[in-house]
Design a protein around this ligand. Structure first.
Ligand SMILES: Nc1ncnc2c1ncn2[C@@H]1O[C@H](COP(=O)(O)OP(=O)(O)OP(=O)(O)O)[C@@H](O)[C@H]1O
Ligand SMILES: [Mg+2]
Length: 175
């Protein structure tokens, strides 16, 4: 299983008011599956995705990402797992305004174990896969918002885009 959540709970306290947001969430997602999480505003989607993306921890329950429980791991280990296994496509893109499309896409590779030695060529191929190869040197704000989101897709998962067809698989929660 790529994602295996069992009985996840999470509450937030504001003053004396405790809000129980996740009340025992259990589900699993196999490798290669596409899943949409839907629900009204405030129902806890972002709370859940923050946990699945190792940005936050549950109060209770267990969460296995690709078979591993990272709940007791330190920030460094969790960050490395995020870099290798998770791609985020944020609603607000979070692209670097003063860096070209290709620099934005290579950025996560710089933090990867192999250092992204052939990163620029890989990023150009990833941009090509979303039809943006001719715009690799544009700054994000020189593109339309929809195109900016397209830049954020290869940025989220530059390896799996480039190695599509191999066994490389990763989860891609999108906010
Ligand atoms: N850091 C926090 N501190 C206190 N309360 C929080 C925090 N994060 C979320 N909440 C509360 O938890 C509940 C769920 O919020 P969450 O952001 O997960 O909902 P959502 O489903 O993503 O909503 P939206 O569709 O508006 O993005 C809300 O009542 C929210 O106010
Ligand atoms: Mg949300």
């Amino acid at each position: 299983m790529m994602i295996e959540a069992t009985n996840l709970t999470k509450s937030f306290r504001r003053g004396n008011v405790e809000t129980e947001v996740l009340k025992g969430v259990t589900f699993s997602i196999p490798h290669g599956e596409f899943i949409a999480i839907m629900g009204p505003s405030g129902s806890g989607k972002s709370t859940l995705l923050n946990i699945l993306g190792l940005l936050d921890r549950p109060d209770g329950g267990t969460y296995l990402l690709d078979g591993t429980d990272y709940s007791g791991a330190n920030d460094e280990v969790r960050s490395a797992a995020r870099n290798r296994k998770i791609g985020f496509v944020f609603q607000q893109f979070h692209l670097l305004d003063r860096a070209s499309a290709v620099r934005n896409v290579t950025l996560p590779l710089l933090y990867a174990e192999d250092g992204g030695s052939d990163g620029i060529a890989r990023a150009q191929r990833a941009l090509d896969a979303v039809g943006l190869s001719h715009r690799w040197n544009y700054l994000p704000n020189e593109s339309l918002p929809m195109r900016q989101q397209e830049i954020s897709i290869p940025r989220a998962a530059p390896k799996s885009w480039i190695f599509s067809g191999t066994s490389s698989r990763r989860a891609g929660p999108s906010y």
